[in-house]
Write a protein that binds this ligand. Structure first.
Ligand code: TRP
Length: 357
């Protein structure tokens, strides 16, 4: 039944991964890696849109992200984890694709606009900031990926990618103007028109119960947290009402009571969950502490094998070896595409090989 797809996705490295990353993306990657050809990008060039002045931090974050992804179960035998800055085809295709996109089209991207606004950059952003969106089209198309698992906020970037792919295939590969997306490859196009595979799981709320889980807000639970720290953090979650007694009716709407979002996400036993919800809502002798204990235990059960796996990757050299192998695989895949794209676009003259020492 299964068809093996090429899958590319990635993250800007921002430091250690937390259970919000697990819920929002890493879990899905671990599932996909057994079925499909997977490439997981560490977008360290993208990180320079805002942190060009912090090269050592970004360098370190790349290693931390890789280490945590490996701890969470990304398997280097199955998936390639790689560094954007070490795959030359990505930068080369960015240059070529930038020529196919009207400047105003790039600037119309709502996610880009939003980022510039949120980061308060107004007219003070680098030339490279909007260029990163073009870079992202190259990240995806360089692998001729069919599917890109991402969060909702990345969909505008996928739309841009699809436009670039269509334009390239028409301009340089003779694909007819009205060709349906699914037929581009059969019709001689180099690039499949990739689809966004948008995760169903929303963003996990942080332990402050207010904002999404995010390192900069200090409301995270990390793989490296000890069982005791997890208990303590869960113990502090606000449950939607002050000083509730075990016999008070409680709020089970996960929007209003983050503890119940955690229960939904981390406790697997459906019967137990519905029993807890039922009793909590009625105030049937169930304290917040009991639910918190259950949630903390479930999270610790999830984290335990991750903590264990992480031990094998404590040494940076081990992580770097994984990254070297993954990046070499990414280079191989993307050099093939690049050669095709250069030939099609008249920019190719000499065959070449790229290798690492
Ligand atoms: N823009 C993505 C983020 O910040 C990271 C990213 C870069 C990416 N290139 C990509 C995601 C290609 C998916 C596909 O999270």
């Amino acid at each position: 039944m299964s068809t093996r797809h090429r899958i590319l996705t990635g993250d800007t490295p921002t430091g250690n991964l937390h259970i919000g990353h697990w819920v929002g993306s890493v879990k899905r990657r671990v599932e996909l890696q057994s079925e499909h050809e997977c490439y997981f990008l560490i977008a360290n060039l993208h990180a320079y849109t805002t942190r060009a002045d912090k090269p050592h931090d970004v360098h370190r974050d790349c290693i931390e992200v890789a280490r945590d992804a490996l701890a969470m179960g990304v398997d280097p035998e199955k998936a390639a984890i790689f560094l954007q800055s070490e795959v030359p085809a990505l930068s080369e295709l960015t240059y070529l694709f930038a020529m196919l996109l009207p400047f105003n089209r790039v600037m119309r991207n709502p996610t880009l606009k939003d980022e510039l606004q949120v980061k308060g950059l107004a007219d003070n952003y680098s030339f490279g900031f909007p260029l990163y969106t073009v870079g992202q089209t190259a990240d995806i198309l360089a692998f001729r990926a069919h599917s890109v698992p991402v969060g909702e906020d990345q969909v505008p970037h996928l739309e841009l990618t699809r436009e670039v792919a269509r334009r390239f295939n028409k301009m340089y590969c003779g694909v007819a103007d009205k060709a349906p997306d699914e037929e581009h490859e059969q019709l001689g196009g180099i690039f499949p028109i990739p689809v966004a595979d948008v995760g169903k799981v929303g963003r996990l709320v942080g332990t402050d119960g207010q904002n999404k889980m995010s390192k900069s807000l200090g409301n995270t639970i990390h793989v490296i947290d000890t069982p005791k720290q997890v208990k303590k953090k869960i113990g502090k979650i606000y449950t939607g009402q002050d000083s509730r007694q075990p016999t008070d009716p409680g709020i089970i709407d996960p929007e209003k009571n983050p503890l119940f979002q955690y229960l939904d996400v981390f406790v697997n036993d459906e019967d137990m969950k519905s029993d807890i919800r039922d009793r909590y809502e009625r105030g049937d002798n169930i304290g917040d502490g009991e639910v918190k204990m259950l949630v903390a235990d479930a999270i610790n059960e999830l984290l335990e094998p991750m903590r264990e796996r992480r031990k094998a990757y404590e040494d940076d050299a081990v992580v770097l070896n994984v990254l070297r192998a993954g990046t070499a695989k990414a280079v191989e895949a993307t050099e093939t595409t690049l050669a095709m794209a250069k030939n099609a676009s008249g920019t190719g003259f000499f065959p070449r090989t790229v290798s690492f020492c």
